[in-house]
Design a binder for this molecule. Sequence first.
Ligand SMILES: *[C@@H]1O[C@H](CO)[C@@H](O)[C@H](O)[C@H]1NC(C)=O
Ligand SMILES: *[C@@H]1O[C@H](CO)[C@@H](O)[C@H](O)[C@H]1NC(C)=O
Ligand SMILES: [Zn+2]
Length: 418
Amino acid sequence: MALWIVLFLGVFGLRWQVSCETSKYDNHTLISIYPHTEAQLKVVTQFHDPENAVEILKASRGLNDSLDVLVPPNRVGYVQHYAKQSNLLLKVRQKNYGRLLEPVERMPRRRILRPFSVSEYNSFSAIQDYLENVARRHSDIVKLQTLGTSYQGRLMKLVKISTNPNAGNPIIFVDAGIHAREWVAPAMALYIIHRLTNDPEARQKDLNGVDWYILPVVNPDGYEYTRSSRNNRMWRKTRSKNANCYGVDGNRNYGFKWAVSGISKNPCDKETYAGPKPFSEPETQMVRNIMMENAKRLKLYVSVHSYGQYLVYPWGYTGDFLPKEWKKLDSLARAVSDAVKRAGGKPFRVMSAGKWYPAAGGSDDFAFGAVGVPYSYTMELTDGYEFVFPERLLTNVLPQFYEGFRVFGTQIRNEFRV
Ligand SMILES: *[C@@H]1O[C@H](CO)[C@@H](O)[C@H](O)[C@H]1NC(C)=O
Ligand SMILES: *[C@@H]1O[C@H](CO)[C@@H](O)[C@H](O)[C@H]1NC(C)=O
Ligand SMILES: [Zn+2]
């Protein structure tokens, strides 16, 4: 009997291990396509795989800026043909892409042995515990506001950091993680919380006359889904059910110029399904509510994403014209980029979001166009590792990016302080 159990566990254990080591991405190829003329750029931003099997990791936002796609073995021919037809430069960046993905299982296990660190990728529940701890330890400056629950019932909390909540200070609102696979974004949001509460200099300077509202994981269901297995690591959308498919692209779901450009109407589209209607998702409703409730004091909104190292401002829905205030948006973005560069980081590519890649229903357009937030940005962190930015490098880049957030803070203080 005992022998049977041992044998059974042995076989079962082996199976389990093997299934953890492979993923559907094992034989996928990472391909970059480079447009070199404006005509090619137009072609590239229209890229579409009729079989919905090629996964678009990053759209191109300029000349010689790559369109990155993850291609299953049976679609490599299609992509090569597509590039050849338009005379586009194609680079095979990585074969067998999925074999490089780190196994996800090690993370929860390790958690038991080590204390929470903001320089790691954490589970949503560990993040929740951390936020509760921060609020308890720094109850003089931190308040948590419960917003409601995600589609699958995860409790979402807004972190409000202020040395004087009754002063009517201008508010900076930072959200992250609307796209599930962009793990570096929630890590950045947590790092900002960490610095603002723990670093005496940041407490003194960066909280002076400015309140910071931070929502570190806008799409917790998607985030946990990407953590559940390597097969799900590239998931982008929420996890609501529409027709026979899952998920809405939260960053196409906002109710400003909804669905006019750069979206899919197909619920099974992996990337840009705009949803059945504007604000169909509880997650985007919560962000909208934060903006509306604080509309008067909200002076800067930053939605943190990855990757590509872009810092872009409205309009996202069109590349045909810019808002009349575009120079202010542009020069603040450049100052932020310079600060990151001075701190040893890579500068951002600064432009209007829709210049080459119009896409409607983004949170930055909603903040700027519908709520009237004077400064509104989408920030795409890191370059060169797609969505799998190595955990060990977080300790380098998060402090560099933080210097950019300080510049945001200084501008809002100087321009709007009461
Ligand atoms: C990848 O290719 C190898 C070798 O051809 C094959 O054995 C394996 O089943 C493939 N994996 C997937 C997930 O398709
Ligand atoms: C375009 O980008 C690729 C990859 O980054 C680089 O190798 C190439 O030199 C660039 N070409 C031009 C014309 O800038
Ligand atoms: Zn994103």
